[in-house]
Structure formats: C-alpha cells, structure tokens
Write a protein that binds this ligand. Structure first.
Ligand code: ARG
Length: 459
C-alpha cells in the first residue's frame, strides 16, 4: 500500500474503488512537465526566503529534472493509489530526497498548484493552436493568390446568389480564423495571472514571495484574490469556447467542400493523399477527412457543454468537481488541433476545376442583383427595380434564356432609355466588375485585402 500525502488523519486505508473513482493520474499526467517547472520555481523561491538552503533548492531542482526525464522516457511507474500527477511527483521526490522532499509543498496546496499547471499548459497549448491557425490562414491566402481570377457563384440558402471572386471566398475564411486567433489570445491573457502562493483557498502564513515565482514562471501578474483564483476555471472555458468556434468554422468549410467535391457540383478535386476509398466500389474517392472534421465539431461542443455544466452551481472555493475540467479541456484541444493540422494541406492540395465552374457560371442569374442596382442608379425606386427584374427573370425562365438575351425594349418598358447601358452590366463578369462598396468582391477591393493579409500574415 502506498503512502497518501494526506494519510495522517485516516485510520483505515482507502477503499480500492474510491482510489479508482477519484484518480486523475490517468489523464493529468499530461501536466507533468508544467508541474515540475512550477515546483522548481517554488523551490527556488523557498530558498530565497530562507526556508530551505540554496543547496537544497538545487537538489530539489535536479531531482525534479530527473523525475521529468523518467516520465518522458516512459520509465516512471504510475499508480491510481497516488491520485494525481502532483502527488506522484511529490512522492517520487520524497523517495529520492527524504525530508527535503517533504519540504517542497511548504506554502502551497494542490489547489493553487493544479491551476498553475493548467495555466502553464494552456499557454503552450494556445500557442500551438495559434501556430496551426496561422498555417491554415496562409494556406487560404495561397489559394486566394492561385485562383486570383477565378469567379465563383456565391450562395445564400445554398441557392445561387451573386458572383464572388475565389480570392474573396478564401479571404472570408482567413477572417474567420483571425477572429479565432484573437479569441485564443484572449484566453491566453486570462490565463496570465499566477495562482501559486494562494495555497488552498485563503493564502498562507508562510512568507512566500509570490512575485518572485511569477517572474520565474513568466506570468504577467499575480492573481489578486486567493479565494477566487483557486476556484477559477474561466480561462479553461474561454479557451474551450475559442476552440469550439474554430471547430464550428472548420465544420462549415468541411461541409461546403464535401458538397463542392460531388459529381453534381464538380467544383474541386480533393488531394488523393487526404481522401479514402471504398472496399467495394472501385471508383470511389471519399472526403472522409472533411466528414470527420465536420463530425468532430461535436467533440468540442460536447467539451464546452461539459465544462459549462461542471462549473455551474459550484460554491467557493475548490471543489473536486474541478478535477474533471482537464478531460474536457484535453479532448477539445486534441480534437481541434488534429482537424486544423489536416485542414491546411487539404486547402493547399485542392484543385478547383475552372472549366466546370466557368461552364455553369451564367446559370442561376448571378447578375440579377447588379441589374436591379443599375436600374436604381438609372433613377428607378429600388422596390420598382426589384419587381421589374423579378419579372424579367420569370420571362427568362419561360424562354430558358439568360438576362442578357432579352431584347432592349424588354428593359425599356420598366426604365425608359435603360437599354443603352444595360448590356454593360449583364453577364457574370460585368456584374462582378460593377461592385463598388468597401469589403465587397470588387476586384480592386479584393486585391487591397489580399495585400493587407499578405503583409499581415508574413510579418
Ligand atoms: N487532482 C486534483 C484536480 O485535478 C488536484 C487538486 C486536489 N485538491 C484536493 N483538495 N483534493 O483538481
């Protein structure tokens, strides 16, 4: 039977089922290097305030380093009897150093220790997510350059609406992922206050120097209120929310490309290396990665709901419920980063079929709205122009023709004299060239934005 760090108060040993029910070592071992880093800083501070000697701090530092190496190499023995990563490391230290190991937890509690570990972990995790987001943004930007002159049908309700430049389409995703990066950065900022030294809930009578630990661990500030910080998991929720938004953005894109890669659409070919086949139908090339990306948004949403319910109704300060935060946090992070990692090469490797897209570009009256706007600029009230173009579209559907196939007098009946300019705005290319507003798909506007993103992302 192994020793509990809190065994003194107990007469009998813990029921095996309780050990198994309450353990978190199966998932929080992932925090080991952050736990060790925090302990090293704590030990250095204990020496500076004279509670251990400088030589002892050095001994603790080296022993912690050795333990880290053992865990890294897979040689460390974990046991559910030792609850969590914090007790595992402390016990290993005591085994190696005896009484000196028993001094490390001075002025500290697992409650401030675990939040510190989590914040350190999240700092790295968020940096990884940000890197992946940047790589994906660059992939979209590359596609925006590659397909600079391609015009796509833009959709609302998945019905053809207005033409957009392919570059405009790709940059729309660059924008979404930029907002995601801002959300990630904001979660990172929320995690930038040091909990360590607030101990279990009320602080400590040991004269700890929290600011020294803050500097050693590189936190921006000290958590002000011990009662708050030991129970605070807002930063975890912020990060998982940010991850969920990424997952939702990815799921929309994945759905779009599942549709666009069908024979019915035929807009694009997905890269072979990122598709899978069928065990019975030899011709198949399936977009499984996109489908799973779409599906895995469910994991992030699930993790976020789990966390929201987890913190609901928790009284101050620490409650054991909080231990489960890590399951949701890790699940969301792993699932979203795995999807991000695959999204970039898919965007890079997808080939748009210009011929198919262009052959059908004049279908669906993509020029109808700019036609209406041209009538408005010609002097018609907007509602009358809307009605007129609606009627013209109906006429075209009866005749199975395009708007530009209509006769001059068919335009002039609604707006006298309009036929002189109308053919200059009809057809998808003309319609596209007619856009004016900032943020629109007007070619100059899109070029301006391309340049903006190129400078910003390559800075
Ligand atoms: N394993 C615990 C967790 O992850 C560490 C804190 C335990 N504190 C306590 N008072 N039991 O939350």
């Amino acid at each position: 039977m192994s020793q509990k760090t809190w065994g003194g108060r107990f007469e009998t040993s813990t029921d095996r089922r309780v050990e198994e029910f309450t353990e978190s070592i199966s998932f929080d071992r992932r925090l080991y290097s952050h736990d060790i880093k925090a302990s090293q800083a704590h030990a250095a501070m204990l020496a500076e305030i004279g509670l251990i000697t400088a030589a002892e701090a050095q001994q603790l530092h080296s022993a912690l380093e050795a333990i880290e190496e053992e865990i890294r190499l897979g040689q460390f023995v974990f046991s559910t009897a030792q609850e969590d990563i914090h007790t595992h490391i402390e016990q290993a230290l005591i085994q190696r150093l005896g009484d000196l190991g028993r001094k490390l937890h001075t002025g500290r509690s697992r409650n401030d220790q675990v939040v510190t570990d989590l914040k350190l972990w999240l700092r790295d995790a968020a940096a990884e997510t940000d890197r992946l987001l940047l790589t994906l943004q660059k992939a979209y930007l590359g596609a925006a350059r590659r397909y600079h002159d391609l015009i796509l049908p833009g959709y609302t309700h998945l019905q053809r609406a207005q033409p957009v430049l392919a570059s405009h389409y790709f940059l729309a995703y660059v924008e979404k992922f930029q907002r995601d990066r801002e959300r990630i950065a904001s979660a990172q900022r929320r995690a930038d206050t040091l909990p360590l030294g607030t101990a279990a809930l009320a602080g400590t009578s040991i004269p700890v120097n929290r600011d020294r630990v803050r500097v050693l661990l590189g936190f921006g500030s000290l958590a002000r209120n011990s009662l708050d910080v030991s129970s605070d998991r807002d930063f975890v929720l912020d990060y998982v929310y940010a991850l969920t938004m990424i997952a939702l953005h990815l799921s929309g894109w994945a759905e779009e490309w599942v549709i666009w890669s069908t024979t019915e659409f035929g807009f694009l070919d997905l890269p072979d290396a990122f598709c899978t086949g069928s065990s019975i139908m030899p011709q198949k090339k399936n977009p499984d990665v996109l489908e799973l990306t779409r599906a895995r948004a469910g994991r992030a949403v699930g993790a976020l709901s789990q966390l929201l319910v987890l913190v609901k109704g928790l009284p101050l300060a620490y409650n054991r419920d909080l231990q489960e935060d890590k399951l949701a946090l890790f699940a969301a992070h792993d699932s979203v980063t795995a999807s991000l990692d695959l999204a970039a090469p898919i965007v890079e490797g997808a080939r748009f079929r210009r011929d198919v897209i262009e052959a059908r570009l004049e279908d669906g009256f993509l020029d109808a709205t700019t036609l209406m706007e041209a009538m408005v600029l010609h002097g018609l009230p907007m509602r009358s122009a809307h009605e007129a173009v609606g009627r013209l579209v109906r006429l075209c559907e009866q005749r199975r023709c395009r708007l530009r196939d209509l006769r001059p007098e068919e335009f002039d009946q609604f707006a006298p004299g309009f036929s002189g300019k109308v053919y200059g705005v009809l057809g998808v290319k003309n319609a596209l060239a007619a856009f004016r507003s900032s943020g629109s798909t007007a070619p100059e506007e899109v070029d301006r934005q391309l340049n903006y993103w190129e400078q910003r992302l390559n800075a």
